[in-house]
Write a new protein. Sequence first.
Length: 115
Amino acid sequence: ALTNLTYLSLRIFSLNFHDFEIFIGKIHSKLITLSVNISSNDITYLDAYRWERLILQHLPQLERFSFQYLDHVDNEHRYFEGLNQFCSPFWIKRRWIFDVKIVDEGIVYVVHPYK
């Protein structure tokens, strides 16, 4: 266990969200800051309710959260219907803002602290 770990920055390639949840659950840390940059085909990373559950269960001390998910544009257009979940009271209370950016590589979904 990494009980003294307070800051974690990760770059994730091809890891599904379920395995990421298991990893976070096993480190048993008191993270204050979590930064995650994701390039994966697993669109469940955009499920705000799953993030909320993960944070409440395993990261209750989390104060600063930043998240970036790159969805590569290809011929297969996907849309995750739950994007407005990032505007729930859970996210607003913590002042974590959800943005969408269009870049050359695709669409970037971002959660960042309000400045």
